[in-house]
Design a protein around this ligand. Structure first.
Ligand code: NAP
Length: 256
């Protein structure tokens, strides 16, 4: 069993999908969990209520992570109110699905700011808080979320895919800089996950069916599957895993 009793966590983009499942999984494992949202206040408040039901403390914070000020103020505010920070899950993402050849400079900037710059700034701001809690052999954790766009070419995914490649690289470099300060930095690269926002895309049923058939687990990946891996990486059981990208796709990518 994953035990995060007494740990203090921040999950960005905790209002929906993988972030929501992660916030709940961390709370179920015993952590107090702050979540962020940008538009879905009601969804975020529902997640906060669920965390409270589990007997944990929570904070529900609006932060636009494409904005540098919001991003840099977020961590100190959360750490001050929770009383520290042990776990940062940099999960929020976005940037729009469109062909790379039809992506404007501003659209690319937005994707980079939200997906890549936010991770770097959050990690910079979190580092002193995480280090302060890494005492008596305990290690703090930063976890990022990537996708196959980091390595493969997916339709309409050029800008975000490039950002995911950057996140995976930054995960390794942040691990190099933070490992000796009691902090592990790792990434979960998920295959196609059956989230509400995915379901809103046209033609997604066919994609999910094709993924299900290729999977060795005979079902689609659920947000809770990703959350379980993140909870594991957040726990003491993953203390020796450093700077890695864990692939979570039911074996789909092993096939030619
Ligand atoms: N779904 C997949 O198939 C899949 C596969 C591999 C990796 N991933 C990765 O997993 C993570 C979560 O994906 P998901 O599908 O669960 O996402 P999602 O359902 O689309 O939710 C995105 C989250 O990010 C927040 N967000 C969006 N724009 C933001 C901004 N400007 N500032 C702050 N927060 C913002 C949203 O807040 P609001 O609710 O307030 O809008 C929401 O909480 C992402 O990093 C994604 O790239 C997803």
């Amino acid at each position: 069993m994953i035990d995060l009793t007494g740990r203090l966590a921040l999950v960005t983009g905790g209002s929906r999908g993988i972030g929501r499942a992660t916030a709940v999984a961390l709370a179920e494992a015993g952590a107090d969990v702050a979540i962020t949202y940008v538009n879905s206040r009601r969804n975020a408040e529902d997640v906060g209520a669920k965390i409270l039901e589990l007997g944990r403390r929570t904070l529900v914070v609006r932060a636009d992570l494409s904005d540098e000020d919001d991003t840099t103020h977020l961590v100190d505010a959360v750490a001050e109110q929770l009383g520290g920070l042990d776990i940062l899950v940099s999960n929020a993402a976005g940037g729009g699905f469109r062909p790379l050849l039809e992506t404007s400079g501003d659209q690319l900037d937005y994707a980079i700011h939200l997906n890549v710059r936010a991770f770097m700034l959050l990690t910079q701001k979190a580092a002193p808080h995480l280090e302060a809690r890494a005492v008596d052999g305990r290690r703090s954790k930063v976890i990022t979320v990537s996708s196959w766009g980091a390595e493969r070419a997916l339709p309409m995914y050029g800008a975000i895919g490039a950002c995911k490649a950057a996140i995976e690289s930054m995960t390794r470099h942040a691990a190099l800089e933070l490992g000796h300060r009691g902090i592990n930095v790792n990434c979960v690269r998920a295959g196609v996950v059956d989230t509400g926002s995915l379901r809103a895309l046209p033609g997604v049923e066919a994609v999910l069916e094709e993924r299900r058939q290729r999977s060795m687990v005979d079902r689609n990946i659920q947000p809770e599957d990703v959350a379980d891996s993140i909870a594991f990486l957040a726990s003491d059981r993953a203390n020796m895993i450093q700077g890695q990208t864990l692939i979570l796709d039911g074996g789909t990518s092993l096939r030619p």
